[in-house]
Design a protein around this ligand. Structure first.
Ligand SMILES: NC(=O)c1ccc[n+]([C@@H]2O[C@H](COP(=O)([O-])OP(=O)(O)OC[C@H]3O[C@@H](n4cnc5c(N)ncnc54)[C@H](O)[C@@H]3O)[C@@H](O)[C@H]2O)c1
Length: 352
């Protein structure tokens, strides 16, 4: 076990403080590098969190023999290059969602991870640490719903033209890789596929309904899903809503149903009324009112939990709770949604 774990944050924008704050909660972790193409952004993060060194070139940080691990907090299209370089330099990697913007990027990242099985390579999906979704996953796996019939996800959020225009990577196919599906909805697309056991095929359509020329990508998308467990599903997502952030799940089975909105229970009903009461009680105990201390409330409180897991995985020489290979599944699914729109018909997904 390393006494001191030296970490770097590459990309010092909106999400970087959630990583910095998470690392600083971990005993024996030192933030050694803040890196951003824009030096002033790296300096601001460094000052706020007491980070020792600043660079505009992530390769300078990777050349540091004292550096052990990096968090990648840059735009989607740059993740693959930085992650591969970091793994080849012998550094552990925690990469923000979406892991990559293309299948080719994902494949390069997986190959680099496979070449370095001794390194921890994890993808951020902090909501997998939310105890409410972990419990619903257990319920599905235990068969509490009987035959799962349908699993539906709705993600409503508001992203203005000003939001898309503020950073040049947003709203572009080349750098964001899409918009509402690959950036906002992907958190819950991942939860949907994770709790139900995966998606085997899908058909989809997307549109730009309210953002005009501020984006070239989609602000609204829908998909019809065939789940691996035989159930059917759907996803509807939009960044054109009047609501800031409103994700909801609707799970309907032959023996029970459950509706969640924004991480809170809307409705639960099982044929076995004792089970209904047990699930209500259990979910109430798992609804986390903790806030994200370093980012927006809707990021949820689980970045520190995921960072604690990443650090513990490094120290204990074990796989992380969200290995990069698991974090690619939702990206493959989202990229399949775009493909289904362009090609029409059904896209089949390989088993994870
Ligand atoms: N998990 C979450 O809840 C959550 C929330 C917000 C953003 N994110 C993800 O975090 C990532 C960053 O998003 P953001 O909103 O912080 O973006 P941002 O635009 O605010 O910040 C990205 C920063 O990366 C820098 N950068 C780009 N390429 C670089 C390079 N090669 N080397 C060094 N710096 C580079 C940019 O200059 C910019 O300052 C994205 O993958 C996004 O999807 C995750």
């Amino acid at each position: 076990m390393k006494d001191i774990l030296n970490c770097a944050i590459v990309g010092c924008g909106v999400i970087a403080p959630s990583h910095a704050a998470g690392y600083l909660k971990q005993p024996g972790v030192r933030l050694r590098w803040a890196c951003d193409l824009i030096e002033s952004k790296a300096r601001t993060l460094a000052q706020k969190f007491g980070i020792e060194r600043v660079t505009t070139d992530y390769r300078v940080a990777l050349d540091d023999p004292e550096l052990h691990a990096i968090s990648i907090c840059t735009d989607h299209a740059s993740h693959a290059e930085i992650a591969v370089a970091a793994l080849e330099a012998g550094k552990h990697v925690l990469c923000e969602k979406a892991l990559a913007a293309t299948t080719e990027g994902l494949d390069r990242m997986m190959a680099a991870g496979d070449r370095h099985p001794d390194l921890v390579f994890s993808g951020v999906f902090q909501h997998r640490f939310d105890r409410i979704y972990q419990y619903v996953r257990e319920l599905i796996r235990e068969g509490a719903f009987g035959t799962l019939l349908t699993a539906n996800l709705k993600v409503l959020c508001r992203r203005t033209d000003a939001y898309y225009e503020a950073d040049e990577w947003r709203g572009t196919w080349a750098r964001e890789g899409g918009s509402v599906m690959i950036n906002q909805a992907i958190h819950f697309v991942d939860i949907l596929q994770w709790i139900t056991g995966g998606v085997s095929a899908l058909s989809a359509a997307f549109a730009n309904l309210t953002h005009g020329a501020s984006i070239e990508t989609e602000d609204t998308a829908v998909a019809v899903l065939k789940l691996r467990n035989g159930a059917l599903g759907s996803i509807a997502a939009t960044s054109s809503s009047h609501l800031d952030w409103d994700p909801s799940f609707y799970l309907y089975g032959s023996q029970g149903s459950l509706e969640l909105r924004n991480g809170k229970l809307l409705r639960v009903s099982f044929a076995d009324s004792a089970l209904t009461r047990r699930v209500e009680t259990e979910l109430a105990g798992r609804m986390d009112d903790a806030r994200n201390e370093a980012g927006k409330d809707y990021y949820g409180p689980s970045h520190p939990t995921q960072i604690a897991d990443f650090v513990a995985a490094i120290r204990e020489g074990r796989p992380p709770f969200v290995p990069a290979r698991a974090a690619r599944v939702a990206v493959d699914l989202v990229l399949s949604i775009y493909r289904a729109h362009r090609e029409g018909g059904w896209v089949t997904l390989p088993p994870a």
